[in-house]
Design a protein around this ligand. Structure first.
Ligand code: PLP
Ligand code: SF4
Length: 371
């Protein structure tokens, strides 16, 4: 804990209570100033983003920020910059993966034959500035009531080819243990659902969410897997290690999905350290995502060629266990960004080969913001 002003004082028990962390989230520039010295651009952006995107930070995650350096990789993930407002928002699809077209019922994305993504919660602990679901997270319309959840479960029960259900959102761990159990126990009862997966950034943003009670509940419904989302070695704190340890001890294999983010982790040395440290936490790096085409995130996107070069620098330098697959999510599913799948660049577009044999053309201009 490292508040820069003495008016942030909290006892250890409250600090390590996940609900306290949620209740005391930073929502104004004044509150943020208790943790860091925001620069003018950040002050302006906090005001400007109010009308566009949600913004909240847990005190825990704020405590990891460098108070004096606006280039801090933690800070850049969660404190808005004016560049977020300068993106060519109109030309960018709000739903780049065509998730709505692939949703037979609300918030169930059935894109692959054997598995679905089920968006069971609309809220997150923190709103990351580069989020793929930036327009939806925290939105009431995206939230699910019990009847809608039941409809999703009924759909999954009616489709015998679905073997693997990925709970996502928003962040499913925003739900209470009992609401989560309500969903998981029902999915677990469906004979053809063999695996339940949870995608959650709580181990990174509010690790105190991973309580013994939560882990005991999850262990009743095995096999349950969890993928989390560390982007930078500075996020690998003792609190995060304890959270992951609890999950692993409860028999939940933990994987990690990193987003390749310009100015945060687009550096082979940083990623090497991140991925290596993750395996010391017993977290298996699963995917490295190409930053998606979504309004308000242009300043974070790298070129696909840069990502491929970074991957080339990891191979042979760290354990195979520590190397994720570099992928691009498309309406045809996730495409590995390997020399095999890469079909070349034409101007601002890169062609890649998807798993069904289709070619996908991704808008990925070389010239991005700040260049
Ligand atoms: C990512 C994703 C999955 C899970 O894919 P894996 O590659 O198996 O991790 C399932 N459904 C949708 C819609 C997805 O986007
Ligand atoms: S936790 Fe995940 S879904 Fe939520 S804002 Fe961050 S990246 Fe988006």
């Amino acid at each position: 804990m490292n508040p820069i002003e003495s008016n942030v004082s909290v006892d250890e028990t409250s600090w390590s209570n996940w609900k306290w962390q949620l209740k005391n989230r930073i929502k104004t520039a004044e509150q943020l100033s208790e943790w860091i010295h925001p620069v003018q651009d950040e002050f302006d952006a906090i005001v400007a983003t109010k009308h566009l995107f949600r913004w909240q930070i847990t005190p825990y995650y704020a405590s990891l920020m460098d108070p004096n350096n606006p280039e801090c990789p933690i800070r850049k993930q969660v404190v808005p910059k004016m560049s977020e407002m300068e993106d060519d928002i109109d030309i960018l699809a709000l739903d780049p993966l065509e998730e709505l077209a692939h949703s037979p019922v609300k918030n169930v994305v059935h894109n692959y034959r054997d598995r679905v993504a089920f968006c069971v919660a609309s809220e997150c602990a923190v709103y990351c500035r580069y989020c793929l679901r930036k327009r939806m997270v925290g939105d009431g319309e995206f939230a699910m009531n019990k009847a809608e959840l039941q409809e999703g479960i009924d759909y999954i029960a009616s489709q015998p080819e679905i073997r693997d259900v990925l709970l996502t959102g928003g962040d499913p761990l925003t739900l209470s243990d009992s609401n989560l159990e309500w969903i998981i126990s029902r999915l677990h009862k469906i004979p053809h659902v063999d695996v339940i997966r949870i995608g959650s950034r709580y181990p990174v943003l509010n690790p105190f969410r991973i309580t013994d009670e939560l882990c005991e509940m999850l262990a009743k419904y095995h096999p349950v897997w969890l993928n989390t989302h560390f982007n930078h070695p500075n996020e690998l704190t003792e609190d995060a290690r304890v959270a992951v340890h609890r999950l692993v001890r409860a028999g939940v294999p933990v994987g990690n999905q990193t987003v390749l983010l310009k100015g945060i982790n687009n550096d082979p040395e940083i990623l090497k350290e991140l991925f290596h440290k993750l395996i010391t936490f017993r977290v298996r790096p699963y995917y490295l995502y190409q930053a998606q085409l979504i309004g308000g995130t242009r300043h974070f996107r790298t070129t696909i060629e840069e990502g491929m070069e970074i991957m080339e620098k990891l191979r042979g330098r760290i354990s195979g266990y520590a190397i994720p697959q570099y992928v691009l999510d498309t309406p045809h599913g996730k495409v590995p960004l390997t020399p095999n799948a890469y079909r070349g660049r034409e101007g601002d577009y890169v062609s890649v080969l998807a798993y069904g044999g289709e070619t996908w053309r991704e808008y990925n201009p070389k010239k991005t913001y700040q260049e």
